[in-house]
Design a protein around this ligand. Structure first.
Ligand code: PLP
Ligand code: COI
Length: 365
C-alpha cells in the first residue's frame, strides 16, 4: 500500500514578516521550514504513521541505535522556483533510488520510489512559501532515515524513522562562483573497497571532519580525498564530486567504483557535456597526472559539483609531498568549460532552458 503523507498543519506557522527576513538571507539552510514529512517503520508493521506535521523535536531514547552505531542514511535535493512562480524538483527519482541503495548497504528498510516522491512533494507543497525566488536560491530538502531501537547490541534496528526536513538555501560555498581552495589529503581516507563510500550515510561525513580540520590548517575549506590503498588516485571531496577539464576538451572524472558517491549532478554534467563540445572521460586520474596537467597548462580548470555546491570552481590544490606542503593554482578556475557547464545545468534547474532530458518534476502535478 502506498503511504499517504497527509498534512497536519503547523498551528504556529512563521509570520510572513519573519519569513521575508529569512528568505532575504537564508545561508545554507540556517532555518528549517514550518513542516516535516515523517513515517515510522517496524519489523512487525512495516512503514506506517506517515504524515506531514509541524517541524518539531523528536523524543528518542538515548539508547537508540543511531546514537551508538550510526545506522543512518540521507539524501539531498532542491526545490527550484521558476520565473512563472511554479516550483520544481530536479531528478528526484534518482535520490529515491540512491536512498534505496544506501538503505541496502546500511541494512535499513526500503522505502519505495513512489513513497519517497510522495513525501518530498508533500513537504514542498505545504511549505511552498519557503521556496525563495532569487538568483541561485532554492529550498534544500534533506530526506533521512535513522535506526530508533533502544538496544545496545549491534544488530539492524527493528524500529526506524524516516523524515524529510528542509529550508531555504543559498549556494553551499560562498556565492557558488568564487573559486574554492582544496586540500588534497593523503593522511585520511573517506572510503575503501567494500566500505560505505559509494552510499550516503552520516558516518562518511563524520569521518571526513578530521580531514577538513587538516585542510583548514592549510588554508583550505574543502578536502579532496584520494584512494585508501595508495593515496595516488583522485576520488572526490567530502560532499562533492570532482572534475578536471583538459584543454583538448576532455572532461575527466574518476569512475565511482563503489568508493565514490554516484552524484546526480555528476551524472547530469556527463550527460550535458557533449552538447557543450566536451568529451566525458570517466577514468582513474592520479594526483601526479592532475598536478602535471596543471603545471604544463593542459589542465586549466577543475571544479567540484553536487546538489548543495552546484558547480563550484577550484582555485588552488594544496597537498603534502615528501613532508613538504606545496600548492598548484588552476590557471582559469571559472574558465569557459566550467562556466558553460554551470550555466547549462542551472538554466535547466531554474527553468530558463529547455528540459531536454525530462529532468524537472513540477511539484503538485
Ligand atoms: N559526493 C558526496 C560525498 C556527496 O555528499 C554529494 C552530495 O550529495 C555528492 C558527491 C554530489 O551528489 P549529488 O550531485 O547527487 O548531490
Ligand atoms: C548535497 O549536496 O546534497 C549534500 O548532501 C552535501 C552536503 C555536504 C551538504
Amino acid at each position: 500500500m502506498p503511504l499517504s503523507f497527509d498534512i497536519v498543519s503547523n498551528p504556529n506557522p512563521t509570520s510572513a514578516a519573519r519569513l521575508a527576513q529569512i528568505l532575504a538571507n537564508p545561508g545554507f539552510v540556517n532555518h528549517f521550514s514550518d513542516h516535516m514529512a515523517q513515517a515510522t517503520w517496524t519489523a512487525a508493521q512495516g512503514w506506517h504513521d506517515s504524515a506531514v506535521t509541524a517541524f518539531d523535536a523528536w523524543a528518542m531514547s538515548p539508547g537508540s541505535a543511531v546514537f551508538h552505531y550510526a545506522q543512518e542514511i540521507f539524501e539531498g535535493l532542491k526545490v527550484y522556483r521558476h520565473q512563472d512562480g511554479t516550483i520544481w524538483l530536479f531528478r528526484p527519482e534518482m535520490n529515491a533510488q540512491r536512498l534505496q541503495r544506501s538503505a541496502s548497504r546500511l541494512d535499513l528498510p526500503q522505502l519505495t520510489v513512489e513513497d519517497f516522491l510522495t513525501s518530498v512533494n508533500a513537504l514542498a507543497r505545504v511549505d511552498e512559501a519557503w521556496v525563495p525566488s532569487g538568483d541561485e536560491m532554492s529550498y534544500y530538502m534533506r530526506p533521512f532515515m535513522v535506526a530508533d531501537e533502544a538496544f545496545l547490541g549491534v544488530h539492524s534496528a527493528s524500529r526506524v524513522r524516516y523524515a524529510v526536513i528542509g529550508g531555504p538555501a543559498a549556494p553551499y560555498l560562498a556565492d557558488g562562483m568564487t573559486p574554492v581552495d582544496i586540500w588534497v589529503t593523503t593522511t585520511y581516507s573517506r572510503a575503501g573497497d567494500g566500505g560505505t563510500g559509494g552510499v550516503k550515510c552520516g558516518g562518511n561525513y563524520a569521518s571526513a571532519l578530521a580531514a577538513q580540520r587538516e585542510g583548514s590548517q592549510h588554508g583550505c575549506p574543502q578536502v579532496l580525498f584520494t584512494d585508501a590503498a595508495h593515496h595516488e588516485w583522485i576520488e572526490e571531496l567530502g560532499g562533492m564530486n570532482f572534475f578536471a577539464v583538459r584543454s583538448d576538451g576532455m572532461l575527466i572524472t574518476p569512475p565511482t567504483a563503489g568508493t565514490i558517491l554516484e552524484g546526480i549532478t555528476r551524472d547530469s554534467i556527463l550527460t550535458l557535456a557533449p552538447s557543450l563540445g566536451l568529451t566525458p572521460d570517466v577514468r582513474p586520474l592520479s594526483i601526479a597526472e592532475l598536478l602535471d596537467g596543471i603545471a604544463t597548462g593542459q589542465i586549466r580548470e577543475a571544479f567540484a559539483c553536487g546538489t548543495a555546491a552546484v558547480v563550484t570552481p577550484i582555485g588552488r590544490l594544496t597537498h603534502r609531498v615528501n613532508g613538504v606542503v606545496e600548492s598548484a593554482d588552476l590557471a582559469e578556475p571559472l574558465g569557459e568549460a566550467t562556466s558553460a557547464i554551470r550555466k547549462a545545468l542551472v538554466d535547466i534547474q531554474w527553468g530558463r532552458a529547455e528540459d531536454r532530458f525530462g529532468w524537472m518534476h513540477r511539484v503538485g502535478q
